[in-house]
Structure formats: C-alpha cells, structure tokens
Ligand binder design. Sequence first.
Ligand SMILES: Nc1ncnc2c1ncn2[C@@H]1O[C@H](COP(=O)(O)OP(=O)(O)OP(=O)(O)O)[C@@H](O)[C@H]1O
Ligand SMILES: [Mg+2]
Length: 343
Amino acid sequence: MQKLYDNSMEAMFFFNRQGKVLAMNPAAEQIVNEDVLQQLYQGKAQAICGVCRGYMSDTELRTCLACYFTSPESEEFSSFQVYLDTKDKGMVPYAATYHTIDRENGIYVFMLRDLTRQFKTQEKFYQNKMMKHVIEAQENERKRISRELHDSVAQELMSAVIDLRVLKYMTADEELLKKMKQTEASMTRLLDDIRNLAVELRPAALDDFGLEAAFRSHFKKINESYGFTIVFDSGLEQRRYSNELETVIYRIGQEAILNALKYAQVDMIHVSLQDNDNLLQLIVEDDGAGFNPGDAPTGTGLGLYGMQERAELVGGHVNIFSAAGRGTRIVVEIPVQPQPQEQ
Ligand SMILES: Nc1ncnc2c1ncn2[C@@H]1O[C@H](COP(=O)(O)OP(=O)(O)OP(=O)(O)O)[C@@H](O)[C@H]1O
Ligand SMILES: [Mg+2]
C-alpha cells in the first residue's frame, strides 16, 4: 500500500471535513506549487481553485458551476474531468475522482490521473475522422460538378454549336459567315476546355476502369497539353481497390506529377504503380531540380502535406526523397487486403 502511495502516477490528496489536507502523495506534490501546498496544509481546501481551470460538463469544456468541491458531502463518490494549471507541465487534463473513504471521521480522497496522452490520441483520431469526411465531401462535390459540367453545360454548348453550324448555311453574307466561323471555333475550344475540366475534376475512368486506366488517360492528356513524357510502369492491369483507396492514390499521383511539371525542370518523369505482397506502391520520380525538404516552398506547400494526410487516411504513408540538384522521388505505400483469387 505504501509503495502504491509513493510511486503511483496518480496524484492523491486526503482531506478532512474542514478541507484541511491530511496527506498528499509525491505525485500530488508535483502538481501544485509551494504556495498552494502551504495553504492546503493549513486547511484552505479552496486553494485548489487557484490552480483549477474548471471541470468538463456535458455542455462546457471548462466550467466551475456546481463545483464538486463546494458540496463534497452531497455524493459518496464523484468522477469527472478537470483541468489544472500545474507546476511544471502547464494546463493538464485529469480524470478526477472525489470520494469519501471514512464517513465517520469525514475523510475524503481526491485522486487525479493525467489524461494528456489519451487526449492527444483522441484529438488525432477526431482530426483524422474530420479529414476523412472533408476529403469524402470534396470528392463527392467534385463528382457532382464534373457530372453537371459533362451532362448539362457541355450538352447545352454542343447544341449551340450545332445550331451555329446550321445557321452558317442560311446566309451568303461573307462578313457574317466569317464571324460565325470564328464564333464556332471559339465555342468548340470552350467545349473542349469544359470536357477536360470535367475529367480533371473526377475522371470517369477511375470509377469505371480503375487506377491504371485513369492514370494512362491522365498522362496522355498531360503529354498532349505540355509535351511532357511520363514513362509509366504498371503491374496493376485491371486490378481494383476500394473507391477511397483508388482516389487517394490517384490524387497523390496527380499532385506529385504536377509538382514535377512545375518545379523539376525536366521533360520526362517515371511513374511506377505496383502491388507487391499486399502493399500498393506508387513511385513518382524525376531527375530534375530537386529541393531540400526543410526549405520554404515556392507555392503554398499544401500539396506535400495533403499527400501525407490522404495516405494516412487509408493506413499508408508517403516518403519524400529529394535534394537540391539531385531529383525527387515520391514513394507512396498503402497496405491492401489480399485480392480474392479469380475463378
Ligand atoms: N518534383 C519536384 N521538384 C522540385 N521541387 C519540388 C518538387 N516537388 C515539390 N517541390 C518543392 O516543394 C515545395 C512544396 O511542394 P507542395 O506541393 O507542397 O507545394 P506547392 O506545389 O508549392 O503548392 P501547391 O501544391 O499547393 O500548389 C514546392 O514549392 C517546390 O519548391
Ligand atoms: Mg504542389
């Protein structure tokens, strides 16, 4: 018992009915500073309020309303979460219990267990959950806008282009004809842009045919638009994964390739996509300008951060290997469930 009292990580304060501290274990003495300690030993239990920053209720994170200390006899046992401004570690959340151990002599024990670690884990858990929702909502919204652009805006524009073509045959006026041809050409360009935008927002190939097909079509477009060559080595063929996982890999790949396009100052990169031993691996590699990962980003710097966040959502990670003048290699690895054997 004595060892438990001396070595416990849990802080224990023993009070009498008058609020005088009868004893405190070493863990408790670590929490309060000398001044408060003196007052507690002199019987001023309220001195604890000097370090207390409130307890947690159903409606408030920190409140002093209906404090457990003001009515200690109302309950035999109470358990709650409380925040204390501690001597060494600043504000710390504790799981507290306050209970009577000797009703006759009016002796109470107040015990505190540090919850910092649990709070951090919980916070990270909720952050991940929120991030998952945000990314999911973003993807759904992209899908919706993409469908709208493709099915509605592009269709309307297409019918306007057809009307214009018909109109061309209804006039012999050279001047008017020239103007109409110019309008038709610019509307056709606009139609192409809208279709490309719809694909960029959410490639139908990703939902219909999977990662390899979606990447191939993306790379073809990049090559046509920028003359940029992407050497693609894929061992995936038509293998499919969950929608979430495919989206994560696709978006990370898109960002890594866009970065190479923007910053590497090369006209060719290598992309590899493999599934080895239930580990889905994407590598995007260039031998261009490179960068020192600690340096200030040229743009927002959110791209690399977003890659890591997305990968973590599906239990994976991203490793970035780069140095100024030595190229860049982005390796994404995500564990996947074993594929069911095809019959
Ligand atoms: N392949 C690359 N080659 C050279 N530098 C790179 C490469 N990829 C990233 N960088 C450097 O790393 C920085 C951070 O990249 P990141 O994608 O996080 O942000 P960004 O591209 O600048 O902004 P955003 O992605 O939001 O448009 C870039 O600004 C660039 O300086
Ligand atoms: Mg970027």
